[in-house]
Ligand binder design. Structure first.
Ligand code: HMG
Ligand code: MG
Length: 297
């Protein structure tokens, strides 16, 4: 019951860099994103129009948007937390706006300084403004499978947040395993409930790989009909306001698994590895992707 094709949403330039201490110079980001654009990826989350005080590493989002080639067939998306972020994102001509919040009240407050309900009031305006400007809007729900502050999050809380996102016209909801604690059984049980309520096309999964279970989780989700997954080249990633989170599942490892299973992604593996190597060199540290490390020698 596996799909023939899967869409990978590359979040490395955003999720990957937001947590890095080293500030990657804008020109290197631009060059890296241009490399990613030539791999066959159809979706790149290139930065975040959040407060530069909160995420200094992505303060240059506007300059990045201006500098990169906007390749036809690739959607360039960015995170937007509020009206100010939307103004900046529209000025930068993003293709898609990504809003985000958490199913955990504590994580939401640590990450965006508001309660969940207050966040919805802000996001409803962002979504309607984005749509008026002709943009599609994606929505992230964090801590779906566990919270660094609250532990287990009830599925009812997750459903409440998904419902509210759908109400404000979000086209796709990405379910975040923010700190990489999900296990395959939990993913199956969660999707079993959610897929009775929502079509599989409206959901994506976003696994961090702290516990090394991201690929196993993805396999379960694939078998249950999910066809969109977020990933980060080299296995970069992490949320500075979610302690203990490792990087996202590595795009290079994910395509390695999918291609071996004869599931198409449209991504050229050698080109992707070379873009992973590029950012690894710029960051000056070994990235976690298995495939990348195996290709080093
Ligand atoms: P706040 O401090 O409550 O907001 O932050 P504020 O309105 O008082 O603004 C504070 C300052 O930031 C002001 O500047 C604003 O102008 C400025 P000052 O007057 O002090 O000079 N400001 C902005 N500047 C530029 N662009 C903006 C913007 N907004 C305010 N958009 C806020 C509230 C939401 C802004 C802040 O908490 C924030 O930016 N948080 C973002 C945190 C973040 O990016 N976290 C990581 C992404 S989420 C994630 O990683 C999870 C995910 O990957 C899925 C998963 O794994 O689960 C998506
Ligand atoms: Mg993330």
């Amino acid at each position: 019951n596996l799909p023939g094709e899967v869409v990978i949403k590359e979040v490395g330039p955003r999720d990957g860099l937001q947590n890095e201490k080293l500030l990657v110079p804008t020109e290197h980001k631009i060059s890296w994103i241009n490399q990613l654009s030539s791999t066959g990826l159809t979706y790149i989350e290139f930065s975040a129009f959040v407060s530069p005080k909160w995420i200094p590493a992505l303060a240059d989002a506007a300059a990045v948007a201006k500098g990169i080639d906007h390749v036809q067939g690739v959607t360039y998306a960015a995170l937007v937390p509020n009206q100010r972020g939307l103004e900046r994102a529209l000025e930068a001509s993003v293709d898609e706006v990504s809003v985000f919040l958490s199913a955990s009240e504590t994580h939401n407050r640590k990450n965006i300084n508001k309660s969940i309900d207050e966040t919805f009031q802000v996001l409803a305006d962002v979504a309607s403004g984005a749509k008026t400007a002709g943009k599609t809007v994606r929505g992230y729900v964090s801590t779906v499978f566990g919270c660094p502050f609250e532990g287990n999050i009830k599925l009812e809380e997750v459903i409440r947040v998904i419902e509210s996102l759908l109400e404000i016209g979000i086209s796709e909801v990405s379910l975040g395993d923010t700190i990489g604690v999900a296990n395959p059984r939990q993913v199956a049980e969660t999707l079993d409930v959610l897929l009775k309520r929502y079509p599989s096309e409206s959901l994506a999964l976003h696994f961090h790989d702290t516990g090394g279970m991201a690929l196993a989780n993805i396999l379960v989700a694939l078998e249950m009909g999910i066809k969109t997954f977020d990933a980060s080249v080299g296995g970069l990633g992490g949320c500075p306001y979610a302690p203990g989170a490792a990087g996202n599942v590595a795009t290079d490892d994910l395509i390695n698994m999918l291609h071996a299973m004869d599931i198409h992604t449209g991504v050229d593996a050698p080109k992707l590895i070379s873009s992973a190597r590029f950012i690894q060199e710029k960051l000056g540290k070994k990235l976690t992707s298995r495939k990348l490390q195996a290709c080093q020698t």
